[in-house]
Design a protein around this ligand. Structure first.
Ligand code: NAI
Length: 390
């Protein structure tokens, strides 16, 4: 471990995670969903769950785009590499088309390569999931490299946070951003790149009539809003949400539609790097598990597909036109309990009040560790190939 990242990944553990997610989706029955699906950011977190749900919920052909580190002799790959290798093996065994492209999704080259692959193999796609989480983006039009920051806007923000490795709860103060920080964060995590993907795909004729595209957003409670929704990342999410309307306008002639789905707070590589959020998540997990409404990425996305996107009638939207699958997280009773626990949380009380073990397990699981049914004593080959890698 170094800070928020784990420096290795376990191929068998990642494989088992993928198999568990596939089994979950199968157990929930068929979804009358899209049949040809592109997932941008397909190798971990919500994007991987989206690819698995499309493939194993609706027998969809899937193309995945992601940016992962391949293995070298004696050095493991990044977890998304092993996840994708496992997913594509499972998809191929089930007779499903599954290919992928590893590279910078923000670049013109990767967009073109993806469009060429769609043209050659699928003709067109009817669903595009946009699930990138990145700290940096080079704009292909300007050549400028932007770095995102996770800071409050206007004034310093002080609150509690937890080091989830040690369980130590402490006070932190995060200094506010400057104007450039806002602009850069919007450039990385806002909707500009999503719009570029859809523009390029439309111009190339690879969007099927009625094509749908979905990107993921987050809102969260008052407790975290200074650093999340009202901070720099929140500005980027505002931009992403506004982009959905702009894309929907452009897709009118195809009868297509762009949505933003607001998802629940979950442990992923992206969210563990945001201060304050891990403490919130560990308390939220405790409350939601007690209420029997806890979900991980796969439960969230399976419900998004089955009960929102492809529910057989209209897609339900909130007053701002967004899909809400964070409904259980944001329930008044859940939030009231979390904010009550928040006031009491200290290093001494957190083991009682919060679900730190659940947080840690989920974090280790991201890298294929601490996964049930995996024999960590056995030798394992790090040189795993991705069968559908183009
Ligand atoms: P993640 O870190 O698990 O996944 C990010 C994906 O993007 C990976 O597949 C990675 O390979 C890919 N990627 C990153 N940079 C890339 C690049 N330059 N080119 C190609 N692929 C690249 O992140 P997570 O948490 O699943 O986030 C996905 C979306 O969901 C983000 O928009 C995030 O804000 C949103 N979200 C996350 C929540 C959370 O609690 N984790 C809650 C609600 C929304």
């Amino acid at each position: 471990m170094r800070g928020f990242i784990c420096l290795t990944a376990h191929p068998k553990g990642c494989e088992q995670n993928v198999i568990n997610q596939i089994n979950y989706v199968k157990s929930k029955g068929q979804i009358e969903g899209a049949k040809k699906v592109l997932v941008i950011g397909a190798s971990t977190g919500f994007g991987l769950a989206s690819r698995i749900t499309a493939a194993f919920g609706s027998n969809a052909a899937t193309i995945g785009v992601y940016f992962e580190k391949p293995p070298q002799e004696g050095k493991t790959a990044s977890p998304g590499w092993y996840n994708t290798a496992a997913f594509e093996d499972q998809a191929h065994n089930a007779g499903l088309y599954a290919k992928s492209i590893n590279g910078d999704a923000f670049s013109n080259e990767i967009k073109q390569q993806t469009i060429d692959l769609i043209k050659a193999d699928l003709g067109q796609v009817d669903l595009i999931i946009y699930s990138l989480a990145s700290p940096v983006r080079t704009n292909p039009k300007t050549g400028v490299t932007h770095r995102s920051v996770l800071k409050p806007i206007g004034q310093p923000f002080s609150n509690k946070t937890v080091d989830f490795h040690t369980g130590v709860v402490s006070d932190i103060t995060i200094q506010p951003c400057n104007e450039d920080d806002i602009e850069n964060t919007v450039a990385v995590m806002g909707g500009e790149d999503w719009g570029m993907w859809i523009d390029d795909m439309k111009a190339a004729g690879v969007l099927a009539p009625g094509a749908t595209t979905v990107a993921y957003s987050y809102i969260g409670p008052g407790l975290t809003e200074a650093v999340y929704r009202k901070g720099t990342i929140g500005r980027a999410k505002d931009h992403l949400e506004a982009t959905a309307f702009a894309i929907s306008d452009k897709l009118k002639d195809l009868n297509g539609k762009a949505y933003v789905s607001v998802n629940k707070a979950l442990v992923t590589q992206a969210s563990s790097a945001i201060p304050v959020i891990p403490l919130y998540i560990s308390l939220l997990y405790k409350v939601m598990k007690e209420e029997n409404i806890h979900e991980g990425c796969i439960e969230q996305i399976q419900r998004l597909f089955q009960q929102r996107l492809y529910n057989g009638t209209n897609v339900p939207l909130d007053e701002k036109g967004r899909i809400r699958i964070d409904d259980w997280e944001m329930r008044d009773d859940v939030q009231a309990k979390v904010s009550d626990l928040w006031k009491q949380a200290t290093t001494e009380s957190l083991s009682e009040l919060g679900d730190l073990p659940g947080y840690k397990t989920d974090f280790l699981n991201l890298f294929g560790f601490d996964v049930d049914k995996v024999n960590y004593q056995a030798d394992v080959n790090e040189m795993v190939e991705i069968s559908g890698l183009v």
